[in-house]
Design a protein around this ligand. Structure first.
Ligand SMILES: Cc1cc2nc3c(=O)[nH]c(=O)nc-3n(C[C@H](O)[C@H](O)[C@H](O)COP(=O)(O)OP(=O)(O)OC[C@H]3O[C@@H](n4cnc5c(N)ncnc54)[C@H](O)[C@@H]3O)c2cc1C
Length: 285
């Protein structure tokens, strides 16, 4: 299908983009990489009257250290996250998750801000954002605010973001002992199940764990029961096997579609939780 007709404008700054969103009175939509929005427009599931292009706003893309944290601009494309030397060294899990997104064309155009705002239930970044306990920085007409990843993802394609707000960046404390493991859908590479696991270790003990899962439920979730089971235990293969065994059993409202049934997805949550945790632990050695 062909999208309904729309006007197009390019914003040169965040303030201009926010003003244009406001001026469009509900008919405006931001476009970054266009790799989620354009397919929706072609299906006529989204019919914006005005597209506001934010892809070339100076300073909206980039990866940098801010003290002991890392900041990624919302306009940063997946390829740059996947290949960033800073991330590959300090937080390889996130580079790994980005590298697993779609194909090279998608990674060259799609942005982290677009992915988080769109919140596809099978998107990879949400699981990683949960495991990194990320702060999502947002700007709107009434100023700037921060939303924690734990409360940002609210439901199917639903996030803590107003219609006239823009995600500007994400910030997190990098962690080396973290990994992403994904069962992907063969054609699109979207996650049937994707698990991001981050382990805090001290002297051979897991002091805390954060595990985000995507693909399994309408929006990404933390696996709190597994996290609790790991906390305070010896960092070993046996601990991981015992904790992952029941991963996903307590998940409600598990997705079922032509790619995988709910039962299969639930079973795969346990398998990929174990794989992500095993790889995270291997990074400690
Ligand atoms: C063939 C194909 C395969 C794919 N495979 C995967 C995959 O394996 N894993 C995966 O995670 N994703 C996958 N994707 C989705 C891809 O990652 C998209 O790039 C991403 O979801 C959206 O980013 P975008 O920059 O293209 O956003 P756009 O399509 O431009 O925008 C998406 C939505 O976000 C809003 N938006 C954009 N930027 C901002 C911002 N800064 N602040 C607020 N709102 C904003 C837009 O208004 C729109 O509603 C795939 C896409 C395609 C086409």
């Amino acid at each position: 299908m062909i999208a309904t007709s729309f006007d197009y404008t390019r914003a040169q700054s965040l303030d201009e983009a926010i003003a244009k969103l406001k001026g469009a009175g509900g008919a405006g939509k931001l476009i970054a990489g266009g790799h989620s929005l354009v397919p929706l427009m072609k299906l006529r599931l989204s019919e914006p009257g005005l597209l506001i292009d934010i892809a070339r706003i100076p300073g909206l893309a980039g990866i940098k250290k801010v003290g002991d944290r890392i900041e990624i601009g919302a306009g940063t494309v997946h390829h740059d996250v996947a290949t960033s030397p800073l991330l590959r060294d300090a937080c390889p899990m996130l580079a790994e998750a980005a590298a697993s997104i779609g194909d090279q064309q998608v990674r060259n155009r799609g942005t982290i801000g677009g992915s988080l705002a769109h919140a596809d239930p099978a998107a990879d970044y949400p699981a990683a954002m949960l495991a990194l306990d990320t702060d999502i920085h947002i700007r709107g007409a009434s100023g700037a605010r921060v939303s924690k990843a734990a409360t940002f993802f609210r439901g199917l394609f639903t996030v803590d973001l107003g219609p006239e707000e823009i995600i500007t960046s994400v910030q997190f404390t990098p962690i080396k002992t973290a990994a992403y493991a994904k069962l992907h859908q063969r054609a699109s590479h979207f996650a049937i199940v994707g698990v991001a696991a981050a382990l805090e270790l001290s002297g051979g003990t897991i002091t805390s764990a954060r595990i985000g899962v995507t693909g399994a439920t309408p929006s990404a979730k933390r696996l709190s029961a597994v996290e609790q089971q790991l906390s305070g235990k010896k960092a070993s293969e046996e601990t991981i096997a015992a904790a992952s065994k029941n991963a996903g059993k307590d998940l409600q409202d598990v997705n079922s579609d032509l790619h995988a049934s709910a039962d299969y997805r639930r079973a795969m949550v346990a398998v990929f939780t174990r794989r992500a945790l095993t790889s995270a632990l291997a990074r400690a050695r």
